[in-house]
Design a protein around this ligand. Sequence first.
Ligand code: BGC
Length: 549
Amino acid sequence: MDVKQIVSQMTLEEKAVMCSGADFWHTEKNDRLGIPASMVSDGPHGLRKQPNESNGDHLGLNDAIEAVCFPAACATASSFDRELLRDMGVTLGKECQAEGVSVLLGPAVNIKRSPLCGRNFEYLSEDPYLAGELAASYVNGVQSQNVGTSIKHFAANNQENERMSVSAEVDERTLREIYFPAFETAVKKAQPWTVMCSYNRLNGTYASEHKWLLTDVLRNDWGFEGYVMSDWGAVRDRVKGIIAGMDLEMPGSGGANDRAIIQAVQEGSLKEETLDLAVERILNIVYRYAENRQNEEFSREKDHQKAAEIARQCIVLLKNEAQVLPLAQDEKIALIGGFAENPRYQGGGSSHINSHAVPCAVQLKDQYGNMTYAKGFTTDGDQYEEALQKEALEVAGQSDKIVVFAGLPDVFESESYDRDHMCLPNCQNQLIEKLTKLGKPVIVVLHNGSPVEMPWVDNVQGIVEAYLGGEAVAEAVMDILYGEANPSGRLAETFPRRLEDNPSYLNFPGMQKQVNYAEGIFVGYRYYDARKMDVLFPFGYGLSYTEFS
Ligand code: BGC
C-alpha cells in the first residue's frame, strides 16, 4: 500500500482523527479511503483481548476472552534464554493472528530500580543487558508472525507511586547506561512496530511530550521506524506531543484533541507535514498487519502445554541443603500452604489474563507421590488462623519432609501501587518457623513477583523460587520438586537481605512528585558489588540437581 499517497488524499480533519484511538482498543478506520481499523491488546504474557467495546478498561477489571497465561517477565527473565523468549513470542503472535489483534502491548522492560515497584513482576531485570537481549528476542518472536509489539513504558517508569505525574530526575549517563539500553537493544535488534511512552515525567517533561526522548534518542540515535503510542491516558498537551514525536493517543480524547490538532495547524503552531508524518507512521503499521494476515488457530490446550514447558525453564532453586530435593515418590510429604490449592501465577492490573486452566498442586499431588495436604494459611492476606496452623502442624508431624507453598497475596503487589515492605505475610513466616522446629526437612516454594525477605532462610533446607509462573506453574513446580525436570533458572535480580540495603532506599518513591535517581548507575548488583555487600541471593544465582566436578 502506498501510504504516502493515501495521506496526501486525507483532509486535515481526517488526519487529526487518525491520531487517536476510536475506542479503548482500536485505531480509527476511514471508510471514504478504505482505511481499516486495527486492534491492539495487552500483553505482555498472554492475550487480554476485550471483545466488548463498551466495556474496555486498562486495569484488568472487565471481561476478556479466555486465553493462556504464560509466566510473567519476572519468571521468564530467570531463564536467561533468548530462544525461550522468542518461542513464547511466536506462540503469542500466532494467538494474536487467530484473534485479529494487530499489536500486542508488550514487552514491558523497565529496570527494577527498587524491589518495591508494584509492577516489577511485569518487568524483566535490574540488568539492562539481560533485559535488552530478552526483550529483543520476544519482539522478534511475536513480529515473526506479522503482529506488532509495543515495547513499554518509555522511559524511567520505575515505580507506580504517582506514576501519572512524578518526575524521574535522572542524569544522561544513567539513562543511557541503565534505563535506555533495554529499549535501545530491542529497537536495534528487533525494530518493534510500536513504542509505548510512559505516564511519568522525565527530568520535568512528560514522556508523551518529550522531544529529546521520542525523536532525538529513539528515532535519530537508535533508528526507530514504527509509531509511538501513549500509555492509556498519558497525554497532557496533544499538540506538543505530536511535535515531540508521539503519534497515536490511546485510548482517545472524545474528539477534544482532534480539534486541538486542527486548530494548531490552522493557526500555524503545528506544521501540517509534522501531522502527516504521524499519520504515515500509524498507517504503515495498520497496513503491515492488514496485508499480512495469517490463518491461525488458537489452541488453548496446546498453548497451555507451552506455558508449562516455559515455566519449567524459569524456576530458580535457591537452596538445596543435603540434597533435600528432589523428593522421592515413596517419601511421606506434608504439603502445606494455601498456594498449593490456589497458586499465585500472575499479577494484577492491565496484564491480567482470563486464564484458560489453572491446575493446582493439590489436584496434581497423587500423580507425583505420597502427599497429604493441609492449608495452614489462606492466600488472600495476613490473617492468622489458629485452626489452620494447628492442622498443618499435625499433618507435618506425621511426614518425612514438609513442603510449604508460600507467597505474596494479590493485594501485596500490583500495577497502580508499590509495596511498602519486602515481607511475606506474618502468618506465613510464623508457620514456616514453627514447622522448622519439628526437626524435619522443610522446603519452601515461593509464589511472588519480586524479592521477599526470608527470616527463616537458615532454618529451612530447600527454597524453590517459582515467581509468577503462569497458569501451568503448579505442573512445573511439581516436576521440579520430584526431579522430572532439572531446575535451571537463575535470578535476574538481586535479593537483598533487607529492604534498607537497596541502593534506591533513600530516594524511593520520592516526594512532591519528584524522584531523584541519586544512586546513578549503581542499580542492583552494580551497587552491591561496588559496596562488597552481603546479599541474600545475588543476581545470576541458581542451583540445579546436577553435580559438577
Ligand atoms: C498500562 C499499560 C497497558 C495499558 C492498556 C496502562 O494503564 O500502564 O501497560 O498496556 O494500560 O491496558
